[in-house]
Design a protein around this ligand. Structure first.
Ligand SMILES: Cc1cc2nc3c(=O)[nH]c(=O)nc-3n(C[C@H](O)[C@H](O)[C@H](O)COP(=O)(O)OP(=O)(O)OC[C@H]3O[C@@H](n4cnc5c(N)ncnc54)[C@H](O)[C@@H]3O)c2cc1C
Length: 466
């Protein structure tokens, strides 16, 4: 099992390439017409001679890969076109920190390892940018003018890094950490002792700290607006623990209020006009969904593309999945963007089933974060900040970097946070998602939140007996 799969496996995520590969049965290699036809500009490219179904997937990340394979598994002759921006085999962004730390090669990030995997399945992987969707004509146009007709379309264009909050982000030596190409640029620039500034202290920033420390760089992290780490997925106690852990590992932290701009060098200009030069500045200050190209398509968006439990948009025959989709939220019953790979993979599979005329419904994505920040593992699940009218139990050991927070609504566990403990995180997720009534275990957990495993086993046995 790959290193980056271990925590995912512990949680029972469907996020790892190995599990994906195992759950997709091998099918006979199929050669559809588009795998052998050279695209002709400004013509319909994916023409098929028979009345095979035409599926077009925009994006070539985990959501699209899972959708493409689900379609192929069910229908050996349909036409599948998967269009993505990167001119390389589809890869997992969640593996980037492991590539940066040297645990895997760049090819280790690939979602499917076999040479010619997609061609073998008759999945036409096109490298292009979709500029326009014409829902009336049932086609999409890419940046070289090629047109792809569809019977059913899935949009899985993910998100992109937000711009730096400071002017000067286009200076040489300023990068994001979003694509494999970004990863290569980072590794080509740094060496032991390099001075690196990381702008942002959210999810992406927190998980690349480990890689930077392993590479022996002199690291400065600039906190987010709140002055806290991972403030959008952990409470103050957890965020402060992670911050002090990083500082104890030699990371310098600074507050955003003290920065004015990024200057050539690259350098950070402080509010007293002093300049600090760095070898590299990595911008990790949040993300936006890739939805701009949908303008005029009639597809409804909010912070992402609004979809129902079947991953359908408001426009006939168009579905959306993954980071770009704002779908059913397990905890709130509303619609949220949960930008994590397990959600993308689930979305891709369910959208594919429904594109083929099935009636699959998603139970809703669970907010789920697992971070390894320089060796300190922290997690948050569901309503991690608690719910109105709910109750909370906490156990804090600041000195040893250990923390558990359990949030209840009546006798249900609805959210949780842990720092420095990995013993019961699978159980936490299980209790929240299965909505197991805790009965008198709620009282016991309030007194001692470490009894989660006992509560889970006991309640599961009670339920099995009745
Ligand atoms: C550094 C990092 C670490 C992460 N770590 C974790 C983790 O530990 N656990 C976890 O669960 N998640 C993690 N994530 C998040 C995870 O990578 C995403 O949730 C996942 O990639 C979403 O898959 P997706 O298919 O929806 O989108 P993406 O993987 O973003 O793929 C989007 C695809 O759309 C394409 N595209 C975009 N616009 C267009 C267009 N106009 N035309 C054609 N193609 C287009 C892109 O080229 C790409 O192929 C991490 C992300 C990063 C950046």
């Amino acid at each position: 099992m790959g290193i980056f799969c271990k925590i995912a496996a512990m949680l029972g995520f469907g996020s790892c390439d190995k599990e994906d590969a195992e759950t997709v049965a091998p099918v006979e290699p199929v050669k559809t017409q588009e795998t052998v036809t050279k695209p002709q500009p400004k013509e319909v490219v994916n023409t098929v001679e028979t009345n095979e179904k035409k599926y077009v997937l925009i994006g070539a990340g985990p959501a699209s890969v899972r959708a493409a394979e689900t379609l192929r598994k069910a229908d050996a002759s349909c036409s599948i076109t998967m269009i993505g921006l990167e001119k390389e085999s589809p890869y997992s962004r969640m593996a980037l920190p492991y590539y940066l730390s040297g645990m895997i090669e760049d090819t280790g990030t690939h979602l499917r390892k076999g040479e010619g995997h997609f061609e073998g399945l008759g999945i036409n992987h096109v490298f292009a940018k979709v500029d326009k969707i014409d829902a009336q004509k049932h086609n999409v146009t890419v940046d070289n003018g090629d047109v792809y007709d569809y019977d059913k379309l899935m949009i899985a264009t993910g998100s992109r890094p937000a711009n730096s909050p400071f002017p000067g982000a286009d200076n040489k030596g300023v990068v994001n950490c979003w694509t494999l190409e970004d990863g290569r640029e980072i590794l080509n620039t740094i060496k032991p002792g390099s001075k690196v500034a990381l702008l942002g202290a959210g999810f992406v920033a927190s998980i690349i700290i480990e890689a930077m420390l392993k590479r022996g760089v002199d690291l400065t992290v600039m906190m987010g607006r709140t002055g806290r780490m991972v403030s959008r997925m952990m409470d103050e106690t957890a965020g402060d623990m992670i911050k002090s852990w990083c500082e104890a590992k030699g990371v310098t932290t600074i507050l955003p209020a003290s920065i004015k701009s990024i200057e050539a060098g690259p350098a950070l200009k402080r509010d007293d006009d002093s300049l600090t030069e760095y070898d590299l500045i990595i911008v990790a200050t949040g993300v936006y969904s890739n939805i701009e190209f949908l303008e005029g398509s009639g597809i409804e968006t909010d912070s992402g593309i609004l979809v129902d439990a079947g991953l359908r948009t408001n426009v006939d025959d168009i579905f959306a999945a993954g980071d770009v989709a704002q779908g059913l939220d397990f905890s709130t019953g509303g619609q949220s963007v949960h930008a994590i790979q397990p959600t993308a993979v689930d979305h891709g599979r369910i959208a594919a089933v429904n594109m083929m005329g099935g009636a699959a419904a998603y139970k809703g994505s669970l907010c789920m974060n697992v971070l390894d920040t320089a060796g300190l593992v922290s997690t948050s699940f569901g309503s991690w900040g608690g719910v109105e009218g709910g109750e909370t139990a906490t156990l804090v050991d600041l000195e040893n970097y250990k923390y558990i927070r359990l949030n209840f609504k009546d006798d249900l566990l609805v959210g949780a946070i842990t720092v420095g403990r990995t013993d019961s995180i699978g159980v936490m997720r299980g209790l929240i998602q299965s909505e197991v009534s805790l009965g008198d275990w709620k009282e016991k957990l309030t007194e001692d939140p470490t009894l989660l495993m006992n509560a889970y086993l006991s309640r599961s046995l009670d339920i099995a007996r009745n």
